[in-house]
Design a protein around this ligand. Structure first.
Ligand SMILES: NC(=O)c1ccc[n+]([C@@H]2O[C@H](COP(=O)([O-])OP(=O)(O)OC[C@H]3O[C@@H](n4cnc5c(N)ncnc54)[C@H](OP(=O)(O)O)[C@@H]3O)[C@@H](O)[C@H]2O)c1
Length: 319
């Protein structure tokens, strides 16, 4: 089976690429910057040029492809590309997939999309889900929660750098996941015909509130966090305020995500059935505690190495 993976340089995409190669799939990645994607080539991927800001570059990339895994989304620092990348290019991709008789299309959406159609990205995700369902392309949609990888930037780094961490006063449990495990589900879906034309809510096995994550990082870092509480209503107000100005639209969209995360999710009820369906042993899933432990061990080793290199440099200077 030959796969076209879009978003292969991204947080989730690169894990999917790595696991797909390990499983022996032929992997092609649509990328807009060959230099940035060179590491994928070194792994054994065929790179093809495509820019989601230029949807006409997409159809030629599908030649000889059996299945598409789309892990792309607009980058947060590219203010004006949201509608082109997360809507126009995906509509074009679905149409091209239909024409090319693609046997499976895997798309990543987000939890609670229906409830948040006022948020542009959520509205676009919902629209793409509908388009896919109406198309003739066999699809699998995963509605995802937050990634462990995002928590490093949100909690671990500010603690290490003694910067404030902004939290709301809501105590919502969120079942974050490691992108390696999401990749496992994604690739398993290709082998399971019962996942065709289905939508799955994919979440981790344990819900976490921000105070627990902060405690965990504090213990591992051996440092206290500077926690700043901001009421959810205030964040919503700021989000609406920014929404009035065109330049502030992106800030407004990002802040609006706070609202998504403040909605209680019900993964726990169906999660175990989901793992059973995908034949994934829950005990093999990476736990957040272990993920952070490994992160801090690697970081401390890196700091020790840098320190060692500095000492060596100074020694050579003295000699
Ligand atoms: N992160 C989360 O917590 C979360 C939660 C729920 C759902 N999701 C969904 O999960 C999926 C993966 O998210 P992620 O966080 O892994 O994404 P990410 O790290 O932001 O990566 C985005 C990918 O899209 C590519 N891309 C963006 N604009 C492009 C363009 N114009 N042409 C070609 N490629 C382009 C990027 O390529 P470059 O490297 O060239 O920029 C990159 O490979 C997305 O559908 C996202 O909406 C994420």
């Amino acid at each position: 089976m030959s796969l076209l993976i879009i978003g292969g340089t991204g947080t989730l995409g690169r894990q999917i690429v790595l696991q797909a190669l390990t499983k022996g799939y032929q992997v092609r990645c649509l990328v807009r910057n060959f230099r940035k994607a060179n590491f994928l080539k070194e792994w054994g991927v065929e790179l093809v040029y495509g820019d989601l800001n230029r949807p006409e570059t997409i159809p030629p990339c599908l030649k000889g492809v059996t299945a598409i895994i789309d892990a792309s989304t607009s980058r947060t620092n590219e203010l004006d590309s949201l509608k082109t990348v997360d809507w126009k290019s995906k509509v074009c991709l679905i149409e091209a997939a239909e024409a090319a008789n693609i046997r499976r299309f895997i798309f990543f959406s987000a939890q609670n999309v229906e409830q948040f159609s006022t948020i542009p990205l959520m509205k676009l995700k919902q629209g793409i889900e509908i388009k896919l369902k109406k198309s003739k392309v066999p699809y699998t949609i995963f509605r995802l929660t937050g990634f462990y990888q995002g928590l490093v930037e949100q909690y671990a780094i500010p603690i290490l750098e003694n910067l404030p961490i902004w939290v709301t006063n809501e105590n919502t449990y969120i079942s974050y996941m490691d992108t390696q495990d999401i990749a496992k589900f994604c690739l398993r879906a290709l082998q399971l015909p019962q996942t065709i034309n289905k939508t799955f809510f994919l979440g981790g096995l344990k819900g976490w509130v921000s105070s627990d994550i902060i405690n965990l990082c504090e213990q591992l870092a051996g440092q206290s966090a500077k926690v700043q509480q901001v009421p959810l209503f205030l964040l919503k107000f700021v989000s609406q305020f920014f929404g009035f100005f065109e330049w502030g639209q992106n800030i407004s969209d990002r802040l609006a995500f706070v609202e998504i995360l403040s909605v209680e999710n019900n993964f726990s009820k169906s999660t175990f059935d989901l793992y059973k369906l995908f034949k994934i042993d829950p005990s093999e899933v990476i736990q957040l505690d272990d993920y952070f432990l490994e992160y801090f061990i690697r970081l401390l080793k890196r700091l020790r190495d840098i320190n060692f290199e500095d000492v060596q440099k100074q020694k050579t200077l003295i000699i």
